[in-house]
Design a protein around this ligand. Structure first.
Ligand SMILES: [Zn+2]
Ligand SMILES: [Zn+2]
Ligand SMILES: [Zn+2]
Length: 375
């Protein structure tokens, strides 16, 4: 099985890359000395992401155990009295674009435009752009919305799974509304929790941006998936899913329709991906049953990460799906990536794009599998 050949070695030195390629093909056997070193854990591992071709470093040399990753609380205003989202209307948020109510008439979830949008709604449908010598710019038009669930203290890791399915339903409803808007080519849905993860408001909320460009990271995944299909005649994500289910080493949780696992080339400690087991390029086509199963898997994965990292853990997750630019992406496979905030990008990461994780994904997955809810 071959990954995108042009990506290989792009971000590492020639020697390491050659060795990684050869090792993959099974032509290099470690010498006795090397074996001894590997056993004693002196070597870190350069692992390659099978979708994007990106490299990560799994550096376990510091001998960290799962319990060493426990996080301590950050100073963030948790007081519901000063919360802008407990009563969005009263705190001057924009008009709702979607509200879910209980049969008794209480709201459970609402969606409204972001008061400080990174992308502003287009006026008149004209998209200005200009070239200035070697440079290019265009209007940052788009939509930026906030999806808020009612309970101030229950983040997704603590929510009733059926409410998590409702969150996914709201993502889908807004997605379907925005995907056909002129100038929208990609809809990014993400969730920041905790100050370290960039959340400025404690109250649980997700965000959605509908934008006129496809991000470099999505492009990398799309071309990686395409190249893998060309070489192997199967979806790279489906291939990963069946490998992970067969070997079970990195599985965190599964139900009939969804799988949560720590990716082989995890970029951060306790990174988890949640995917539908059945091949599906388009999130917006999910059925109610699938949203319920995905909600359970996402809730379980986050609940387990909280058990291991502690009550004050910070995380980001985001949804990756096919662009809505009118083209077909039959070889892509939608998924959610959860990245607990366990490290900071510094010089090495910024200069190379290679992240360093200090726990093996297999060890992380085992700790997450074994983590039990305590209430
Ligand atoms: Zn609140
Ligand atoms: Zn697939
Ligand atoms: Zn992705």
């Amino acid at each position: 099985m071959k990954t995108n050949p042009e990506k290989k070695g792009k971000k590492t030195n020639k020697k390491a890359s050659k060795k990684a390629v050869l090792k993959k093909a099974g032509t290099i056997k470690p010498s006795k000395k090397e074996k001894k070193k590997e056993k004693s854990g002196q070597f870190s591992q350069l692992r390659q992401d099978v979708v994007t071709g990106d490299w990560v470093v799994i550096a376990t040399g510091r001998g960290k155990r799962p319990s060493d990753f426990k996080q301590v609380g950050e100073p963030i205003d948790k007081d519901p009295k000063s919360c802008l989202f407990c009563d969005p209307k009263a705190s001057g948020q924009e008009e709702d674009v979607l509200v879910y109510n209980t049969s008794a008439g209480d709201w459970t979830l609402r969606v409204f435009p972001n008061k400080f949008p990174a992308f502003s709604q287009p006026v008149g449908g004209k998209l200005n752009h200009k070239e200035e010598g070697p440079y290019f710019w265009m209007d940052g038009v788009g939509y930026h919305e906030v999806i808020v669930t009612k309970n101030h203290f229950n983040d997704i890791s603590r929510m009733d799974p059926i409410l998590v399915a409702e969150v996914l339903d709201a993502y889908q409803t807004r997605y379907l509304d925005l995907m056909n808007k002129k100038s929208v080519r990609y809809i990014e849905i993400f969730h920041n929790h905790g100050k370290k993860a960039g959340a400025s408001i404690f109250h649980p909320h997700s965000q959605l941006t509908a934008i006129p460009v496809i991000s470099p990271y999505i492009n990398l995944e799309l071309s990686g998936a395409e190249n893998f299909f060309e070489a192997n005649r199967q979806c790279v994500f489906c291939t990963m899913i069946s490998w992970e289910l067969d070997h079970h080493q990195r599985v965190v949780f599964e139900n009939e329709q969804f799988l949560a696992f720590c990716p082989f080339a995890s970029r951060t400690a306790f990174e988890v991906w949640v995917l539908p087991k059945k091949h599906q390029p388009y999130f917006e086509r999910s059925s109610d049953e699938e949203k319920i199963a995905a909600g359970e898997a996402l809730r379980e994965a986050l609940g387990k990460i909280r058990q291991v990292l502690g009550e004050d853990f910070s995380y980001n997750f985001y949804l990756h799906t096919s662009p809505c630019d009118g083209k077909d992406y039959p070889h892509y496979h939608w998924h959610i990536e959860i990245l607990p905030k366990t490290s900071i990008w510094a010089g090495f990461e910024l200069s190379t794009g290679i992240e360093i994780s200090s726990i093996e994904p297999e060890v992380a997955a085992q700790a997450l599998r074994e983590a039990q809810e305590t209430g």
